[in-house]
Ligand binder design. Structure first.
Ligand code: F3S
Length: 421
C-alpha cells in the first residue's frame, strides 16, 4: 500500500499518540480491504454516540483517546445521541443514563466533533459536493450522501469515522472507487409509489433482494413517476434499503446525479448490460405485511426516522391543528431543524395537541425498552424494521396521515395496504 510521507509520519507517531492510533486503525482497514492508498476526506460523521450502544467500555475508549490529545482535523459531526440533550427528563430518561450520555457528547466535543446529533447532517449545513470523499457512518446518511449528492463514502464504523476525522484520511476502497459505483441490479418498478411510506416499503423489499448491491431504479407503466421524488421520499427509500440490505448507494433513472451524469462524475454505468439481473416490483403489499404486526391499540407514535425535515414537521402540525393526541407522539429531528420549526411556531402547534418534538435523538438509539411502551406506529420502514429488536416494540407501519390518526385515536385504523394509504 502506498502512503505519502505525511501519512508515514503520522503512523510513526511524529504527530503524537492520538494521531498514531487513528492512523493505525485506518491502515489496518486499508489492509483488510486491500486498498492501495488512502484518500483525503472532506468530513466525518461519527456514529456510536448513544450511550445505549456505547456502554461504559465505549465511553472509556473515547475518553482514553481524547486524553491522548485526539482532535478532528476536518469537519466532524455527531450522529443522534440516546436522548434530547436538553429535554431528556420529558422523555423519561433515567438520570444515570443522562449523566453517561452527557460524558459521551462532552468527550466527542473535546475532540472537535460538532454537537449536531443528527443522521441528516446534509439538512443542517454539512452538504457534501459531488465527488468528495467522506467518512460517514450512519447508514441512511451514507445512502443520501452517495446516492442523492454523489459524494463518496463507505459506511464507516464509529471508531473508523473518528480515526478519519483525526487523520483527515480514509482507505480508498469500496464506494470511493468509480468502478464500484455502477449498478449491480436493475429495479423495474411497475406499481404506483405514492407516499414516503410507499418509498420505504419499496426500499425494504429491494434491500432484501440486492443485499449490499447497487440498485438502479426505473419506473415503468403504472409505476411511472409523475414527479421527481422529493428529498423526504429519497431519504425514506435509502434508509429502508440501508436497513434491510446494507445498501449504501442507489441510482434512479433521470433523478439521481450519477444516473444523469454518471460518466461525467466518473461512475461506470452499465445499465443496459444484459448481464445485470433485473428485479420487477409490481406490488408493495409484501413489504407492508412484513413491517406490520397485527396490532389494534397504539400507545406510541414515532415520526422522524431519518430525522424530520421542516416540511415533515409542518405537515404534522397541520394534521394536528385543533386536535389532541391520546397516544404518546414523538417527532425526532436535529436541533437546528427544531429551532427553525420553533421560529415558525410549528413546535408550539404540535405540542399544544400533546405531541413532542425532540431533538438530538431517535427511537432506535434511545433506551425505549425502559419506557414501558408496547405498540408503536411509524411512517418509517427503517424504524419499523428495527423496532422489535432495538426498541422492544411491536409496530404498525404506514403513512404520516395514518400515524397521526393513530396518535389521536390510540388505535390503528388505517389499511396496511399501500393502495389504502
Ligand atoms: Fe436516523 Fe435514528 Fe433513523 S439515526 S435514520 S432516526 S434510526
Amino acid at each position: 500500500m502506498r502512503l505519502t510521507e505525511e501519512e508515514r509520519a503520522m503512523l510513526a507517531g511524529t504527530e503524537g499518540p492520538a494521531v498514531q492510533k487513528a492512523m493505525q486503525i485506518i491502515v489496518a482497514l486499508a489492509e483488510i480491504y486491500e486498498a492501495v492508498e488512502l484518500v483525503p476526506v472532506a468530513s466525518a460523521q461519527i456514529a456510536g454516540v448513544s450511550y445505549k450502544n456505547l456502554g461504559d467500555a465505549g465511553l472509556e475508549f473515547l475518553e482514553e483517546w481524547a486524553a491522548l490529545g485526539a482532535r478532528a482535523c476536518v469537519p466532524a459531526f455527531m450522529n443522534p445521541a440516546g436522548m434530547d440533550l436538553e429535554r431528556w427528563r420529558e422523555m423519561g430518561i433515567a438520570p444515570t443514563f443522562a449523566r453517561q450520555q452527557q460524558r459521551v457528547v462532552e468527550t466527542l466535543g473535546s475532540m472537535g466533533v460538532a454537537l449536531t446529533c443528527t443522521c441528516t447532517p446534509y439538512l443542517v449545513g454539512y452538504v457534501p459536493q459531488a465527488g468528495e470523499h467522506l467518512a460517514w457512518s450512519e447508514s441512511s446518511a451514507v445512502s443520501f450522501a452517495n446516492s442523492v449528492l454523489a459524494a463518496r463514502s463507505n459506511r464507516e464504523g464509529g471508531p473508523s469515522a473518528l480515526a478519519a476525522a483525526i487523520t483527515g484520511r480514509t482507505a480508498a476502497y469500496g464506494l470511493h472507487l468509480s468502478e464500484n459505483r455502477g449498478p449491480t441490479h436493475v429495479i423495474e418498478v411497475r406499481c404506483p409509489v405514492r407516499s414516503e411510506a410507499d418509498f420505504g416499503a419499496l426500499g425494504y423489499l429491494v434491500g432484501l433482494q440486492v443485499a449490499d448491491g447497487v440498485p438502479y431504479f426505473r419506473f415503468r407503466g403504472e409505476g411511472s413517476l409523475d414527479r421527481v421524488p422529493n428529498q423526504e421520499r429519497l431519504m425514506a427509500l435509502g434508509a429502508a434499503m440501508a436497513a434491510s440490505g446494507a445498501v449504501a448507494l442507489y441510482h434512479m433513472e433521470r433523478v439521481t446525479p450519477e444516473a444523469r451524469r454518471g460518466v461525467a462524475l466518473g461512475t461506470v454505468l452499465r445499465v443496459d448490460d444484459a448481464a445485470l439481473p433485473t428485479i420487477d416490483v409490481s406490488d408493495l403489499s409484501e413489504g407492508y405485511a412484513a413491517l406490520n404486526s397485527p396490532l389494534d391499540e397504539i400507545d406510541f407514535v414515532s415520526l422522524g426516522c431519518p430525522h424530520s425535515t421542516l416540511a415533515d414537521i409542518d405537515r404534522v402540525a397541520t394534521l394536528l391543528d385543533g386536535r389532541r393526541v391520546r397516544a404518546t407522539l414523538w417527532i425526532t429531528t436535529s436541533r437546528q431543524v427544531r429551532s427553525l420549526a420553533e421560529q415558525r411556531r410549528l413546535v408550539e402547534r404540535i405540542e399544544a395537541a400533546g405531541g413532542k418534538v425532540f431533538a438530538d435523538t431517535c427511537l432506535v438509539v434511545a433506551p425505549m425498552e425502559e419506557m414501558g411502551f408496547k405498540a408503536m406506529a411509524t411512517n418509517s420502514a427503517k424504524a419499523a424494521f428495527y423496532s422489535p429488536t432495538h426498541s422492544g416494540l411491536e409496530r404498525r407501519f404506514g403513512t404520516t396521515e395514518q400515524c397521526v390518526e393513530a396518535a389521536i385515536t390510540g388505535r390503528w385504523t388505517g389499511s396496511s395496504d399501500h393502495l389504502g394509504a
